[in-house]
Design a protein around this ligand. Structure first.
Ligand code: 2AM
Length: 176
């Protein structure tokens, strides 16, 4: 019997922006402020699905493939810290309508499929540092990153030998 997987829908970042964010993070936060998320793991979660069976995964993929909406631009111009989850994040002051529409649709589809429902409201963010136990000084982002979003993906979260790795399982383009 196939096993359930830990899955989530997310947006990835173009390599160039990934690298710029990593450089900005290195220059902006002291060593020891938190555990830096690896460049390849930077992402913005749209819908967290928890443990998903192969049957549910197939149903979720089919529904995701029927989403029709145009791409949008995400402006990363905000940063902050959540003390409770010990996370330092990068985000946006003004989430574009397309982002909210996409996340709402994926979250609604997940709820209808009987997936785990996150109690967290949708706060679009890219986690930069984990285990940031004490308050860290958050510098204003030195510049704005404009991220063109032309698609979204389904990821599996793997935890092995003390490391988390995200594997892209499927990708869909945003088109009307
Ligand atoms: P985080 O970065 O704020 O921790 C893979 O673990 C992705 O799913 C991460 O972006 C993580 O958010 C998010 N995630 C993990 N558990 C979650 C939960 N219970 N509710 C919402 N998102 C969650």
């Amino acid at each position: 019997m196939s096993e359930s997987k830990q899955l989530f829908f997310a947006l990835s970042l173009p390599d160039e922006i990934q690298q710029q964010i990593i450089s900005w993070r290195a220059a902006s936060f002291a060593d020891g402020a938190g555990r830096p998320v690896a460049a390849a793991n930077l992402h913005l979660t749209l819908a967290f699905l928890g443990e998903v069976s192969p049957e549910k995964q197939r149903a979720l993929s089919a529904m995701a493939g029927r989403i029709r909406q145009p791409g949008f631009t995400l402006t990363l111009d905000d940063a902050g810290q959540w003390l409770r989850s010990r996370v330092v994040w990068l985000g946006t002051r003004q989430p574009p309508r397309g982002l909210l529409q996409l996340a709402n649709m994926l979250r609604a589809q997940a709820a209808r499929s009987g997936c785990y429902q996150s109690p967290r409201p949708f706060h679009p963010h890219i986690t930069l540092l984990r285990d940031a136990a004490s308050a860290v000084a958050i510098p204003p982002p030195g510049f704005r990153w404009s991220v063109p979003v032309s698609g979204f993906s389904l990821y599996q979260s793997h935890f092995a030998r003390g490391r988390t790795r995200y594997v892209q399982l499927e990708h869909w383009s945003l088109t009307e």
